[in-house]
Design a protein around this ligand. Sequence first.
Ligand code: MN
Length: 313
Amino acid sequence: MSNIVLQFSKNELSKVKEYYEKYITKVPPNSLFLAKINHVTVTAYKSGKVMFQGDHAQQEAEKWSAQSTGKSSSNRAKASVNEHNYQPPESLFTHAHIGTDEAGTGDYFGPITVSAVYVPEDKIQLLQSMGITDSKTLTDINIARLAKEIVQEKIPYTLLTLDNTRYNKLQKKGWNQGKMKAMLHQHAIQKLLAKIGQAPSHGILIDQFCQPSSYLKHIGQEGMKLEKNTFFMTKAESYSTSVAAASIIARAKFVKEMDQMSKQYGFTIPKGASSKVDEAAAYFIKKNGLDALSHVAKMHFANTDKALKYVKR
Ligand code: MN
């Protein structure tokens, strides 16, 4: 049984309450409500802390992970994120290595994209001088330009896209986002290793999105193994040029896919998972139906139910 805690702003917390309104079974002392849904117990507190308990706690919590402020209010959980035996050595950042990162995981619309990039030692400085840095700090236009420049420099990379149709199938099969991401990262790494052959590499750095033990469990379930010298680190794009380059390539592909989707359906499909996204999803359903939505959105996000409420109005 797992136990997940998410932290919400006041505004988001009221949305959470509204969502679980009809599943509320009681209001324990010091809490906002206790609801039971799909064998998951959801307990919300006035502080904005919401606890998900039960066998499917992870799946239930994932509906909200994009909306939560991401900070677990349990300090123990927070501190343990970087307490593991897979920390990269300082020397990795100045030597040739592979870095991986993904995009699209918190966005309701659009695919998940994952990239792995190998930056040879003599290209690290060049890429840094080009402005290769965390994609989150860059505009979409700069991301597209930088991605092109990375490719022009003949930097070896791989890029995988998990489209929404397959995403929703895997999700229904019981895969959580963590498992999808782990499998995508691992495939991207293995394809890149095959591509670079004997080129010198000091290791592989994964921009950490879950505990290494979970990553190992996920890929192990599908018969895959961690490569030698694999390291995990949060915010790795700020330290590793390889991870920064991977974040740009993954993000550029995600943006491109979103642009194509917008073109195909004749309106600007918004990124993220805000209330603006709920409205866009409602508009999409009215025009194309719920079935079509499953080819462009991550259906288990809370946005789907919110959009359906708009449609019924
Ligand atoms: Mn990342």
